[in-house]
Design a protein around this ligand. Structure first.
Ligand SMILES: Cc1cc2nc3c(=O)[nH]c(=O)nc-3n(C[C@H](O)[C@H](O)[C@H](O)COP(=O)(O)OP(=O)(O)OC[C@H]3O[C@@H](n4cnc5c(N)ncnc54)[C@H](O)[C@@H]3O)c2cc1C
Length: 294
């Protein structure tokens, strides 16, 4: 088999990219920054592929734009671009914070949010930030283009409904937070050369007066896929934004997950304590950013 590097394509359009993927019939792979794909390929963790289709140079997909009430992020947008964008910092703060902790500057300069979501790891930081915001993804294939909630794309660790040999995650979007909304992200990690996240959490709250009217909570790794914590959001909505309610939310989270002890990450007990400690803190931060004095 020829090296995939001999067949490295940089298409200008989605149609061109899809045509190349079709020609290789499952033997080509879409690549963003390559910070996951190429590392895993070198370590022999991936089935060898014959061609690489670079999704970062397609016209119109290398920018962050505002469109029909959404902030829309092209698949060529890197973590650094997201962190440096004032609109993301203001109206998607938890996404800015989550992309800001990924790797080091080199990884953030090349790695994309699209790659983070398409990779479907339970602890993908950008993914956790996007989920709390209620993010959606656009998937382009030969049969057309569809938008779907990002939370519905995950099938298991590293497994996605996106067929990464035949489809392209072209754009991601979320509704910007308004004046009575705020969001926050926090990661507890164990730095060991490569960062090993113990637990990452993000929250988006909308508050009217002192009543929580809408919530989006996400967390990982707490299972095979990044967790969109609907039961936690349900426990928050309709109640008063208060320290007591935020502490209760952490208990609801723990009632709905089975944490495991990992010799590389932390014990089950430690991870539970981190959720009890930090989920109330990021909820309070999101509430303050929504303009509420606690
Ligand atoms: C040193 C180091 C540190 C890291 N630290 C972190 C960290 O702290 N937090 C974290 O979350 N991650 C971390 N990562 C992992 C990685 O950098 C991120 O997940 C990054 O966002 C991946 O994006 P990428 O564009 O490089 O993806 P790629 O490696 O290009 O692709 C990843 C997967 O997604 C697919 N894919 C990529 N783009 C598309 C697309 N547009 N459409 C369809 N499929 C696509 C690829 O086929 C592949 O399966 C680290 C990696 C390294 C090497």
């Amino acid at each position: 088999m020829t090296s995939a590097w001999n067949n490295y394509f940089v298409p200008d359009t989605v149609a061109e990219a899809l045509a190349i993927l079709q020609r290789y019939d499952g033997r080509a792979r879409v690549v963003g920054g390559g910070t996951d794909l190429l590392v895993e390929s070198r370590r022999g963790l991936r089935r060898p592929f014959e061609a690489i289709v670079d999704a970062t140079r397609m016209t119109g997909l290398g920018a962050i734009v505002e469109d029909t009430g959404h902030i829309v992020i092209g698949c060529g947008v890197t973590h650094t671009m997201l962190v440096n964008d004032e609109r993301i910092e203001r109206a998607g703060t938890c996404l800015s914070e989550s992309c800001g902790v990924i790797g080091g500057p080199q990884v953030r300069n090349t790695g994309t949010l699209a790659g983070n979501v398409a990779h479907a790891l339970p602890a993908g930081d950008g993914t956790i930030g996007l989920l709390a915001l209620g993010g959606e993804v656009e998937i382009a294939g030969l049969n057309g283009t569809r938008w779907m909630p990002a939370k519905d794309t995950f099938k298991g660790p590293g497994r996605s409904v996106i067929d990464r040999q035949r489809e392209i995650l072209t754009r991601l979007r979320f509704k910007p937070t308004s004046d009575n909304e705020g969001s926050a992200f926090h990661r507890v990690m164990r730095p060991q050369g490569l960062c090993l996240p113990i637990i990452s959490m993000a929250a988006r709250l909308q508050i009217e007066g002192d009543t929580i009217t809408s919530a989006g909570i996400s967390m990982g790794p707490v299972g095979p896929v990044p967790w969109f914590a609907a039961p936690v959001a349900d426990a928050l909505v309709g109640g008063r934004a208060s320290e007591e309610r935020f502490a209760k939310a952490a208990e609801v989270a723990l009632d709905n997950i089975s944490l495991r002890t990992s010799k590389y990450r932390a014990t089950e007990e430690y991870r539970a304590t981190m959720i009890q400690t930090y989920l109330p803190i990021i909820l309070a931060k999101a509430a303050q950013r929504a303009g509420v004095e606690l």
